[in-house]
Write a new protein. Structure first.
Length: 365
């Protein structure tokens, strides 16, 4: 007998069309449990009892497929990528570089595994689309880590001021360093004192991804849980299979970042980005090979106005106005005003006006 953790009246509404809706919201609210599964475990559960709880993850995979097939997620995801592209184009090319990497998963991806969820092992879904994605904070974290690791391996950490380095008293070996106040890291990625010079965007799959059921199977749970040390790690202990959701290999993601033009900052960030995706992995369980990507051929660079004119490609009014704004000093109101007035009068759509407004805002910062 199945139990559901919300009122009967809501169940009746949802049961009319159980394959519709946002899977991300449904996943965190609609949790099927088997009768008796809420009772405390004494460590001697029979295999059949444990299987009842494990079926919940299989149920999630089935429901996800049904909701995705019936919904309009594909068209909404396309609009999401178009919005991100428009946002990147709003930055003046004279002051900013754009990084766009297309990477294909070669191993399962687990994101948000530590989020609270009744089934204990969770996954993060986009609040509006209901599909897996990689938050910008996670992308920044792994790229920053890859950059830091490369600096450490290159030996640059040995040249740090003594107040930033912690060494072993006997061997003199460096065991830790304050990377948050090291300019090689704090300037590109920011710290508590100032913001960084790289802006990361959420990473979304190119098309609606498939979910795959995966499993980890700890064998010696009782041994690790025994604080008194009386239980040996013996083969008679029952394994504890834990099923969880992953994004299937073969899924293509787009990673984007905006970099302030300064020295060789673009090359440093791009190298760290590639190292993070290919070597370090994204998400959870990267130590055992999860979250690894392979890069696709780089997308063609966004042409500047000069290149577009050389190829006889017509330049849109929006691009012309953004280029004109980028050549004016940020606080020169006498020259900025007429360009803004022209944009409000002549740009044909609200979308283009919003893109232009974002470009002006970025230019004024």
């Amino acid at each position: 007998m199945a139990l559901y953790t919300f009122p009967d009246r809501i169940q009746k509404v949802w049961s009319r069309d159980p394959s519709s809706g946002n899977f991300g919201l449904w996943y965190n609210k609609y949790v099927p449990l088997q009768e008796g599964s809420l009772k405390p475990s004494d460590g001697n559960d029979k295999k059949g009892d444990r299987d009842k709880d494990l079926r919940a993850v299989e149920y999630y995979v089935k429901r996800y497929s049904q909701m995705i097939e019936k919904g309009t997620v594909a068209s909404l995801l396309k609009r999401k990528h178009e919005a991100f592209d428009a946002y990147c184009r709003s930055f003046p090319t004279m002051n900013y570089d754009i990084i766009e990497l297309r990477a294909e998963l070669v191993s399962p991806l687990v994101t948000g595994i530590g989020e609270s969820h009744p089934h204990e092992v969770s996954m993060v879904f986009d609040h509006n689309l209901g599909i897996p994605y990689i938050p910008a904070s996670g992308v920044k974290g792994i790229v920053r880590f890859a950059h830091t690791l490369a600096l450490y391996k290159s030996g640059l950490v040995e040249g740090l001021p003594k107040e930033l380095v912690e060494q072993d008293e006997k061997t003199g070996e460096i065991i830790a360093f304050d990377d948050d106040n090291w300019e090689e890291i704090s300037l590109p990625f920011g710290n508590q004192k100032h913001r960084g010079k790289v802006f990361f965007l959420d990473a979304y799959p190119v098309s609606v991804p498939s979910l795959r059921l995966d499993i980890m199977n700890p064998h010696y749970g009782n041994y690790y849980a025994d604080k008194e040390g009386k239980t040996p790690p013996a083969d008679y202990l029952l394994p504890n299979p834990i099923k969880f959701l992953t994004v299937a290999p073969g899924t293509m993601f787009i990673f984007r970042a905006v970099v302030i033009k300064e020295g060789n900052l673009l090359d440093k960030v791009r190298s760290a980005f590639v190292r993070a995706l290919v070597e370090e992995g994204v998400g959870a369980k990267t130590a055992v090979g999860y979250g690894r990507f392979k890069l696709q051929e780089p997308a063609p660079a966004r042409p500047t106005v000069e290149k577009a004119e050389q190829k006889a490609i017509p330049v849109s009014l929006l691009d012309k106005l953004i280029e004109e704004i980028s050549k004016i000093a940020p606080h020169d109101a006498g020259r900025l005003g007429p360009v803004i007035d022209r944009a409000l009068r002549e740009l044909p759509s609200d979308t283009e006006k919003m893109e232009f407004a974002q470009a002006v805002k970025s230019h004024m910062v």
